[in-house]
Write a protein that binds this ligand. Structure first.
Ligand SMILES: NC(=O)c1ccc[n+]([C@@H]2O[C@H](COP(=O)([O-])OP(=O)(O)OC[C@H]3O[C@@H](n4cnc5c(N)ncnc54)[C@H](OP(=O)(O)O)[C@@H]3O)[C@@H](O)[C@H]2O)c1
Length: 250
């Protein structure tokens, strides 16, 4: 990207893949804004990055709380006048037996509560945040929108007996990521005549609070696909689904 300063907002940027994505973007000289639902956690994450030399800021942004969206967008507009990169990273999952019987799981048993809560964050929240910030991304000469999906959102992988995720029945989470994939394709189409590129990423199975300690991928690699899609050049793809440079089947 040719402009002097590039500004990126990462939702759920206070820990896990989001924080590492912010760290790697900042190492490229990009100004990063940590979106966090908990102000103290966002401030701490930004301070940690600043200590390492980053131009890092934080803003309160709960993807499920629309009341935080406009103030966060106003903050970005007042400080920078535009947004170059939006990384829609915030996401949740639920175990099969979550307290209160609100677990995720097989289609025959998944709870309504898990479906609603997971869709609220992973899908409805992602769309609401994108809509709130899109006017600022349109002001960028090279806007990039990165949607954190998962291989678990791939319908072709779920139908392929040779896939490692074949038979992994977590209907609420998986469907929420498949829905993110559809939103990605539709938004990329709507914006196809603009410089904005919109892509979905599978970060890998990554050691985080969500991924768990047995995940094979460390955070450094786990943020690489998001960083690559956030820093695509003008001839890069839009409307795609990627993992570590590979195109995934929907
Ligand atoms: N880890 C994996 O193996 C893996 C694999 C495929 C896809 N992904 C996707 O990658 C993304 C990041 O996952 P992760 O592993 O880094 O998870 P994580 O360590 O659990 O971090 C999730 C982040 O999202 C934030 N978040 C949750 N709900 C939010 C809300 N309503 N508003 C704002 N922020 C919210 C969390 O904030 P708090 O600290 O306040 O909870 C946290 O910062 C997710 O979209 C996930 O689905 C992860």
């Amino acid at each position: 990207m040719a402009q002097a300063q590039t500004v990126a907002l990462i939702t759920g940027g206070n820990k896990g893949i989001g924080l590492e994505t912010a760290r790697q973007l900042a190492a490229k000289g990009i100004t990063v804004i940590i979106g966090a639902r908990d102000k103290a956690k966002g401030d701490a994450a930004a301070a940690e990055l600043r200590k390492a030399g980053a131009d890092a800021h934080s803003v309160v942004l709960d993807v499920t709380d629309a009341a935080t969206h406009a103030p966060a967008a106003r903050f970005v507009e007042q400080q920078w006048g535009r947004l170059d990169v939006l990384v829609n990273n915030a996401g949740i999952s639920r175990g099969r037996s979550h307290a209160g019987g609100d677990g995720d799981g097989a289609p025959s048993t998944v709870s309504q509560q898990a479906l609603r809560e997971i869709f609220d964050t992973n899908f409805f929240g992602l769309i609401a945040v994108t809509q709130a910030f899109l006017p600022l991304v349109r002001k960028s000469p090279a806007g990039r929108i990165v949607n954190l999906s998962s291989i678990l959102g791939s319908m072709s992988a779920h139908q392929d007996p040779s896939s490692p995720i074949y038979g992994y029945l977590m209907t609420a989470y998986n469907a929420s990521k498949a829905a993110v994939n559809m939103f990605t394709v539709q938004l990329a189409h709507e914006l196809r005549e603009t410089p904005i590129k919109v892509n979905a990423v599978h970060p890998g199975w990554v050691k985080t609070d969500m991924g768990g300690p047995e995940a094979p991928m460390d955070l450094t690699d786990g943020a690489k696909t998001s960083v690559a899609m956030a820093t695509l050049s003008a001839d890069g793809p839009t409307g795609g689904y990627f993992h570590m440079g590979q195109t995934l089947g929907w």
